[in-house]
Ligand binder design. Sequence first.
Ligand code: NDP
Length: 310
Amino acid sequence: MSARVLDGTRLAATLRDELHPRVAAFTAAHGRPPGLALVLIGDDPASHVYVGSKRRQGADAGFRVDIHEHPDTMPLEDALALVATLNADPGIDGILVQSPLPAGMGPEAARRVFDAIDPAKDVDGFTAENVGRLVQNRPGLVACTPAGVIELLVRSDVRIAGAHAVVIGRSDIVGKPMAMLLLHRHATVTIAHSRTPDLPALAATADILVAAIGRPGFVTPAFVKPGACVVDVGINRLTREADVVEFFGAASPRLASFRARGSTLVGDVHPAVADVAGAITPVPGGVGPLTIAMLMRNTLQAAEWRVSQG
Ligand code: NDP
């Protein structure tokens, strides 16, 4: 491996340390800690893990964290009523509804529930108002994963201004806000997706390549300009030993951890890319920890803005 590893776990710890004095000052000034409500509907195992880490890290940061857990039979109207109650609760500054919502709630459920969240408490940055603010480069709550990527690039001294950034993926929660944030920092940005022709050649023109696809090892060395910075947003679970061997090779230590756990997490970027790239984010330990750290920062930011507006 030749690429510099951009360590998201270490930066997430720094970000948490930076929050402590601000949380303490807020709590002392307002007689209450910043409040975060986590809404978990259904029994998706990964969602339970994510909400568990968010609860722990929120509590460690000194926040009040309320978990609202409901079965997958929860009617959409009840979920909307819960959001309305949280919107009106003066002790709650941030509301996060964990995705995905149960399929039984209907195809429009996620959009309707996210739309119902007060933009001032929308710590995921998913509401139309916050997305609009992002597009216009005005202060607002920004989606946590792309915000964390920017933090990592900036603090790792990766040059963004003037760079050509290619973002593979155009989802509302990662690809699009990622592209906007890079644009506002003066990158020339190309957004690629499943209909982009000759993707490896396009990607190989990037100084900064962001992979947010959801396909293990999709980005191979053919996609990467030598020396480029490669950001791997993907989180994919491998559950077959043959796939782990194909990914890391038969001598990799990851094989032992796979055998102990029965699965292992990998990104969208193939490990061989580390031989070509100049810098790379690992999976796990890259973008993932930053997402939760940025959620905490957004919650504190939301709290500070709300009290400043009376
Ligand atoms: P989505 O499924 O919503 O979007 C995936 C994007 O990848 C789509 O725009 C799709 O294109 C594109 N894509 C799919 N296949 C191809 C292909 N063959 N060639 C080019 N583009 C393709 O995923 P998300 O954006 O929600 O998440 C992406 C990944 O990031 C997932 O692995 C997810 O688990 C992970 N993630 C990680 C987070 C973290 O904290 N690290 C947070 C959020 C997500 P099209 O639009 O044309 O279909």
